[in-house]
Design a protein around this ligand. Structure first.
Ligand SMILES: [Zn+2]
Ligand SMILES: [Zn+2]
Length: 342
């Protein structure tokens, strides 16, 4: 077990790029609680190490995803809703739906700004079955390829065509490295970052050349880009071990944000196949519609996710059921808590 003490040491210096990023965050009204104490001081002693690494430009390829350097972290904010379609193709469904998540402010993703190799890699198999092990460049968490029952999600119909599904808090996440994101990021930028801080590239090297052989963790050293992982599309679907230092607490990488459930977790609906999930305009506002087939019939679920409440029209219902955000008492429990079932 690797248990690296996390040092909370804010850097007193700010590079110009970081200042710009922070200015953008201030303008957007987010991350206020995350400004280091030194933010108000003149940035006369700028040094490059306080900047975001060039690889973090990957986040800027996705609207709605924000990244900023703060102290020893890259802070990543997102809504948890990807830019691509979701849910279609799932044949093992727990009746969860994708709802926006508050991955912002104190609940933003934290990626080590200066990743460091551990003395020994930390294998993923049968560990880290709760929470994320990486964050994709589109702000969507990537979980262990094993679900919390230890099964390989990709092999049992739990995942959609993009490698994701929704957890018990209606939180969308992947269980494989989303290679399709390379269409947006290109070869030169990572498609994800492991929570040990090392970037994850697609099927080619950052310079566009064929992928060189990988070590047992699923990565390799590079004189220009440093240590990095690659997605391969093959088992184990995510890197096999953390090469870098990570802190494990309560069966997951620590720290990491929490998803916010608004309702009790769903039950498996045996034999259901999700056909589509798309944005729709309803008389009540902008919402979503999920179509699925079950026992030879088609059904639809509709919902509107507002700031303070979520309205869900269950199949056949004329009126929605209202779930208030923050109304559940188990927000602090983490996403994989409770009964198995993701
Ligand atoms: Zn490589
Ligand atoms: Zn899952």
């Amino acid at each position: 077990m690797v248990a690296t003490k996390v040092r909370r040491r804010g850097s007193p210096y700010m590079g110009p790029r970081r200042l710009l990023t922070l200015a953008a965050f201030l303008a957007s009204g987010t991350l206020r609680g995350h400004l280091p104490a030194a933010a108000a001081e003149p940035a006369t002693k700028a040094r490059a190490s306080a900047d975001l690494p060039a690889s973090a430009m990957a986040f800027s390829k996705f609207p709605g995803v924000k990244a900023a350097a703060s102290g020893e972290w890259i802070l990543v904010e997102s809504t948890g809703i990807p830019e691509h379609p979701m849910m279609a193709g799932i044949t093992s469904w727990q009746q969860q739906i994708p709802l926006p998540q508050p991955y912002k402010g104190a609940n933003a993703w934290k990626i080590p700004l200066r990743p460091a190799k551990a003395d020994n890699p930390t294998p993923m198999k049968d560990r880290f079955l709760r929470g994320a092990v990486a964050v994709a460049s589109n702000g969507i968490p990537i979980f262990n390829p094993q679900n919390n029952r230890g099964e390989i999600s990709q092999d049992i119909g739990e995942l959609d065509r993009w490698g994701g599904h929704c957890g018990r808090a209606d939180d969308y996440h992947y269980h494989i490295i989303p290679l399709h994101l390379a269409e947006r990021t290109g070869d030169s930028l990572p498609i994800a970052f492991a929570l040990d801080g090392f970037p994850i590239y697609g099927l080619r090297e950052p310079d566009g050349k064929p992928m060189r052989p990988l070590d047992a963790c699923g990565g390799h050293d590079d004189p220009v880009h440093g240590y990095h992982y690659h997605g391969t599309g093959k088992s184990p679907y995510v890197f096999a071990a953390f090469r870098g230092k990570v802190t494990e607490a309560g069966g997951q990488v620590d720290p990491q944000p929490r998803a916010e459930p608004v309702r009790p977790a769903g039950e498996p609906l045996r034999g259901a196949t999700i056909l589509s999930c798309s944005r729709i305009r309803m008389p009540e506002g902008e919402g979503w519609k999920l179509d699925y087939s079950h026992q030879g019939r088609s059904h639809s679920l509709r919902w509107i996710a507002g700031e303070s409440e979520v309205l869900i029209w269950f199949p056949g219902a004329k009126d929605p059921v209202t779930f208030r955000r923050g109304g559940r008492g188990d927000r602090a429990g983490g996403r994989e808590r409770g009964r198995p079932g993701r």
